[in-house]
Write a protein that binds this ligand. Structure first.
Ligand code: BGC
Length: 989
């Protein structure tokens, strides 16, 4: 009769058959959604005892799973006995109400909870556990859900003393305590066949799926090894609500030992002799023996800001393991585990190497050629995706990584059992393959214990905010370094240069050539730079701050994580596109924030230029006039140079005549009234004017707007060469402007002469900007990226309260917002304002004196020049004496404590790190737009050249974004570059 039932019939209509085994079989089949019910389906009377009945774990996992099994008729409903044990003083009927309120509603919920008896007992005492009611048969299944403060070995001893103990009795154990297995006398411990150690996060489905994918597929099985796999990432996170069930003290140990090592074993093991029982457990234990013990330098520990009590433990860890087997030697197994994150999930990702020869075949596609990635989601919803390189339909070849999804759920049953439910069912049936065996457990302890010991003793714990996706920045950095490290260039020349470079200080490069080599090498080989020791901003110093403190506000407001960086990069790409489109007004309704100006520079110097040319440089602190002699095939020779500090009144408040008369006076010092040496022809100038200029021709252009704090009247909208030439005439100097260029164009030109892979010029100085040679037109574009985000049009630009203040009080509010967050003109001021906020919030300089008898000090805007951020970072002395000196001399602060000075250093670090990360996003976007392999970026400016840490931070951030370009210093891009562009323009090709 039961066999004839239609599966769409209402289950309730069958309830009166619940005593009938064949009906139960049908119901169980429906519930488990399989056309075949479990082969050994057989309902036996069992006594279920939950030790630690009111723990979050029991309430969230054990009782609901038992309820589902009960309602699915997989537990005998009439003869089974249910006992809840705890220290709370409940009467059974009160406990039942308590439990009912916490279980998911269902028609049988009340019936299920009414089966429970509550027993108040101390689980470490055999005499107390003897109060448990007798079992109806001889089968007792204990669930262990006691707090970490209770010793597992004591509980095992007590259980051994109860009359319930017999050859069938089993203990389902979650969270193993190493002390239990270290005890000298282990005779009282439960024997191994009684212990069912659970990986609470992976039910047998995930496990079976991994085994099926690995060993059942011809395309995966032969590639599952070091020759094809570059790295493996295990990513485990719990959101804030799921985190509550896991005490901080044991969280990392439980997840690593129970879950991560189970997954590592499944991914890394050799093929087991069979899918069953101890064959799988043997294969797992074997590979775990080969896992190398975690090393402190290959781990990052983190603490979420919610976890803030006096002896807080780490709630986050990224650890990189090596497995010393022929299959895996050299492949990093990266494990990232955290609680209080943005989501609950567990995933494994295998990153495969690029196909052999593919780089050569698609050389023109650059970064588009990605590696294959296989991603297996273990929970919450089981799935797998595979990224395959493919071609986008269209006229041209355009590679793209295409994601294919193996959607298990849609193929699966209407109801998929919770993994925990499956595990309980397995324990009831005595199936052991998915439980952790003692030898595997001990190997896992061995591999992770040093890291965990470090987690409780170390002070270097990086903070991350509650709800973060990837945890502390230092973890992002470790992962990116590990992933790229395996594939970086390893040619002997580069590694020997790297060794040479690392032996000298980053500030002491001997020659410009050496500097550029160092920069290039550093890009591929990270050196440990003391200023970068702690990339997660302020972690040690702020770790005592409360959630609402100004220090915490600063730390979070200046933070830029990997996801934000990626969003910014995309926004840059979009804005640059819009900038190009806006040249043709009809294609772009709104003004873009990156202008992408035409420069009319179509010829970059190629080494054949000859003659005498002047480079003029206006736009920074000094005005410079430099004369060069150019001889075909030879390096440019500087024959004369003068540099004059531009008086403040020329920049602010005065008129164009005052400014340009000043420049003409300076030129007169070098060029006099004559032209070239014999006086027969006028001097030829390449004029670098470092402001956004709408070029009309190569040699003429109008200022669009002032930047960097300049406000001189009568220049905006005027033609610049005209203003300059008028001043020359007023001073009686003969000369012609052959090229009017931006400093970024000069920077590009100065290095492009000897290296044709130089396609981008970047300025990181008082202001910031980039120019690049567009491969499709050959002409150079001045991006004016400093304007990115202007008028608050790009929400991805993470401006904070201080950025907004600075912008509001600037002469050009809402403009150049990106520049205001990164350039030398503003960095010092950003730091000063944060310092002042900390002081006002009574978190800094509380016992120091803020002197008011100094002419200018910490209260005054722009009193803290950006170069001091570098000096402050360089101070690694014990007493931070240089910082004290700067506090006294520059900020007018006397008598600070060492803690104050540490804070000052952290503020500078935070501000500079953010600036470097922002800059990396912009560079990566330009390199992405050019999309040619081997692109070299020429950079000029004090921030890049002279700052203690900026360059290294920038290189690391570019690596994080996987932007594979080399950076070279372009010294005197503005002077030399301008002369070279002027010379190239006169070339006859
Ligand atoms: C200007 C750019 C210039 C950059 C670097 C910015 O403020 O708008 O034109 O290239 O500073 O000097």
């Amino acid at each position: 009769m039961a066999g004839a039932l239609d599966v769409s019939e209402n289950l309730m209509s069958l309830s009166h058959f619940s005593e009938n085994d064949s009906v139960k079989t049908v119901l169980a089949r429906r519930s488990w959604g399989s056309s075949r019910i479990p082969r050994d389906f057989d309902v036996e009377a069992i006594m279920f005892v939950v030790l630690g009945a009111v723990s979050e774990r029991a309430l969230q996992r054990i009782f609901p799973s038992l309820q589902r099994l009960y309602e699915s008729f997989l537990i005998d409903q009439t003869k089974s006995v249910f006992v809840a044990v705890g220290l709370d003083n409940f009467k059974t009927d009160v406990f039942r109400v308590f439990l009912e309120e916490r279980l998911p509603p269902s028609s049988k919920r009340r019936e299920f909870v009414n089966k429970f008896t509550y027993v108040r007992a101390d689980c470490t005492k055999g005499t107390e556990l003897s109060k448990l009611p007798p079992s109806s048969g001889d089968r007792t299944l204990f669930f262990y859900s006691l707090p970490p403060s209770i010793r597992q070995d004591a509980v095992m001893r007590a259980l051994n003393e109860t009359p319930l103990m017999n050859s069938w009795t089993r203990l389902v154990l979650q969270g193993s305590d190493p002390q239990t297995y270290n005890v000298r006398d282990s005779t009282f411990l439960l024997s191994e066949e009684k212990l069912f150690r659970i990986d609470p996060f992976a039910g047998s489905d995930a496990t079976r799926r991994l085994v099926a994918l690995r060993f059942g597929n011809r395309i995966l099985e032969p590639t599952w090894n070091r020759n094809h796999v570059r790295s493996v990432l295990f990513d485990f996170s719990l959101d804030v609500s799921a985190s509550k069930a896991y005490p901080d003290e044991t969280f990392l140990r439980d997840v690593f030992v129970d879950h991560i090592f189970s997954l590592i074993a499944l991914v890394a093991m050799e093929r087991p002799a069979s899918r069953f029982g101890d064959d799988v457990r043997d294969a797992k234990a074997e590979v775990l023996k080969a896992i190398q013990t975690a090393k402190p330098e290959r781990m990052v520990l983190g603490r979420s800001s919610i976890n803030n009590h006096s002896h807080p433990t780490s709630t986050f860890a990224t650890v990189v393991f090596d497995i010393d087997t022929n299959r895996w030697r050299g492949v990093p197994f990266i494990c990232r585990v955290g609680k209080n994150m943005d989501r609950t999930r567990s995933e494994v990702k295998l990153l495969f190497r690029t196909a052999a020869g593919a780089d050569a075949l698609w050389r023109d596609q650059g970064a588009a050629l990605k590696e294959n990635e296989l991603r297996i989601r273990v929970f919450p919803s089981e799935s797998a995706t595979l990224d395959l390189v493919s071609n986008v339909p269209g006229l041209d070849t355009q590679l793209k990584n295409q994601r294919s999804t193996l959607d298990f759920l849609s193929q699966a049953a209407p109801y998929v059992p919770d993994p925990f439910e499956r595990l309980i069912y397995d324990a009831m049936r005595g199936r052991r393959a998915n439980f952790v065996r003692k030898d595997a457990l001990l190997e896992a302890f061995r591999a992770i214990e040093p890291a965990l010991a470090h987690a409780t003793s170390t002070t270097v714990v990086h903070l991350y905010s509650v709800g973060d996706r990837t945890g502390p920045l230092a973890s992002d950095d470790l992962i990116s370094r590990t992933v790229t490290g395996g594939s970086g260039p390893s040619s002997p020349s580069l590694s020997s240069l790297s060794a040479a470079a690392s032996s000298s200080s980053p500030l002491k490069a001997t020659s410009p050539q050496m500097q550029s080599i160092q920069t290039h090498v550093m890009h591929h080989h990270h050196r440990d730079c003391p200023w970068l020791a702690n990339t997660d901003i302020g972690s040690e110093v702020w770790s005592h701050a409360t959630d609402f403190s100004a220090a915490r506000e600063m730390q979070l407001s200046l933070r830029l994580n990997f996801d934000q960086m990626r969003l910014l990069l995309l926004a840059f790409v979009r804005e640059m596109d819009a900038g190009i489109k806006s040249r043709n007004k009809s294609e772009c309704a709104e003004a873009p924030t990156i202008k992408m100006l035409e420069t009319f520079v179509t010829k970059l110097p190629n080494g054949t230029e000859e003659g005498s040319f002047y480079g003029l440089d206006l736009g920074g602190t000094n005005f410079r006039v430099v004369r060069f002699e150019l001889v075909r095939g030879q390096a440019a020779k500087k024959v004369q140079e003068v540099s004059y500090r531009i008086p403040d009144d020329c920049k602010h408040g005065s008129t164009s005549d005052v400014l340009f008369d000043f420049t003409a006076d300076c030129v007169a010092q070098v060029a006099g009234g004559k032209g070239d040496d014999d006086g027969s022809s006028p001097a030829v100038f390449g004029f670098t004017f470092s402001f956004p200029t709408l070029q009309e021709t190569l040699s003429t252009g109008r200022l669009i707007t002032w930047t960097k704090g300049w406000t001189t009247h009568g220049v905006v909208n005027e033609e610049i060469s005209g203003l300059f030439k008028a001043a020359l005439v007023r001073k009686g100097i003969r000369g012609e402007v052959a090229a009017l260029i931006n400093d970024t164009v000069g920077t590009l030109a100065a290095r492009a002469r000897d290296n044709h892979d130089v396609r981008v010029g970047v300025i990181l100085g008082t202001g910031t900007n980039a120019a690049f040679q567009d491969p499709s037109t050959g002409s150079v574009v001045n991006t004016e990226w400093g304007g990115f985000g202007s008028f608050y049009k790009v929400p991805a630009l993470p401006m904070n309260v201080v950025d907004r203040e600075i912008d509001k009080e600037s002469p050009n509010p809402q403009e150049q917002l990106f520049e205001k967050m990164i350039s030398g003109y503003y960095l010092g001021e950003i730091c000063r304002r944060w310092l002042w906020r900390l002081y006002e919030a009574k978190e800094l300089w509380q016992s120091a004196t803020i002197r008011d008898d100094v002419a200018i000090g910490v209260r005054d805007a722009f009193s803290f020049d950006s170069r001091f951020t570098s000096d402050v970072e360089m101070d690694l002395s014990e007493g931070l004496d240089l910082i004290r000196d700067i506090e006294e001399r520059v900020l007018g602060v006397a008598g600070s404590s060492v803690m104050d000075r540490l804070m000052v250093r952290e503020v500078c670090r935070a501000v500079v790190e953010r600036a470097a990360r922002l800059t990396a996003c912009a560079i990566a976007a330009v390199v992405h737009r050019i999309n040619l392999p081997g692109t070299v970026v020429a950079v000029d400016g004090s921030l890049f050249e002279a700052h203690a840490s900026f360059k290294q931070r920038l290189v690391r951030a570019l690596d994080l974004l996987e932007c594979h370009c080399a950076l070279v210093l372009s010294k005197d891009g503005s002077g030399l570059g301008a002369a070279l562009v002027a010379a190239a323009a006169s070339r006859k090709d």
